[in-house]
Design a protein around this ligand. Sequence first.
Ligand code: DU
Ligand code: SF4
Length: 218
Amino acid sequence: LELATLEREVTSCRACPRLVEWRERVAREKRAAYRDWEYWGRPVPGFGDPGARVVVFGLAPAAHGANRTGRFFTGDRSGDFLFAGLHRTGFSDKAVSRTIEDNVRLSGLWISAAVRCAPPQNKPTPTERDACLPYAAREIEILQANVVVCLGAFAWDAALRLRNVRPKPKFGHGAEARAGDLTLVGCYHPSQQNTFTGVLTPPMLDAVLLRARDLAGL
Ligand code: DU
Ligand code: SF4
């Protein structure tokens, strides 16, 4: 119920003028390959198992991924890479996530991001990050999550801000940090930039996901 309230608030948010303009423009102009799609073009809500203790925390919706489909890591290459790993490690019942109609079920896991609207160049400003973080704070509180897998340095930094951790522990793949009641686990972002170059491999992703499972006592 509280998650449903949060979802309603998130999906109607217009707090960041630059991102509202961008998410809606991308949804109007579309990418040629998706010209028959009705893009979501709105803030993307978190999703998954309401009983989750582990949160996978991304950066922001991809312009033609979550901003098109309405669900994080759904409909783009990053999502293909992530969901394959979630399936191998038992967090997802399906290995691909391409549309919200596929009824992917997560167990023990929730997926969200530091920023909920697609930003130009995948780069939210510090003001936009700070405007959106309270949604993550509430989400984590409602879920009573205690493990946050941070995909990339931006998500890591944002998660540290949730608990005002200073000095800031350094981000790295497999890095762990205490942030109050939360344990943060760093994971390189599954963007093509990392996965095509071998910076992030499937075994590296699985190791972090299994570590998160362990930390959560699953
Ligand atoms: O219809 P529902 O069971 O309330 O699920 C809504 C939504 O949450 C759907 O996208 C599946 C997802 N979900 C999940 O991934 N894992 C769960 O354990 C429960 C729901
Ligand atoms: Fe609202 Fe977050 Fe989107 Fe900004 S990024 S408009 S705070 S949902």
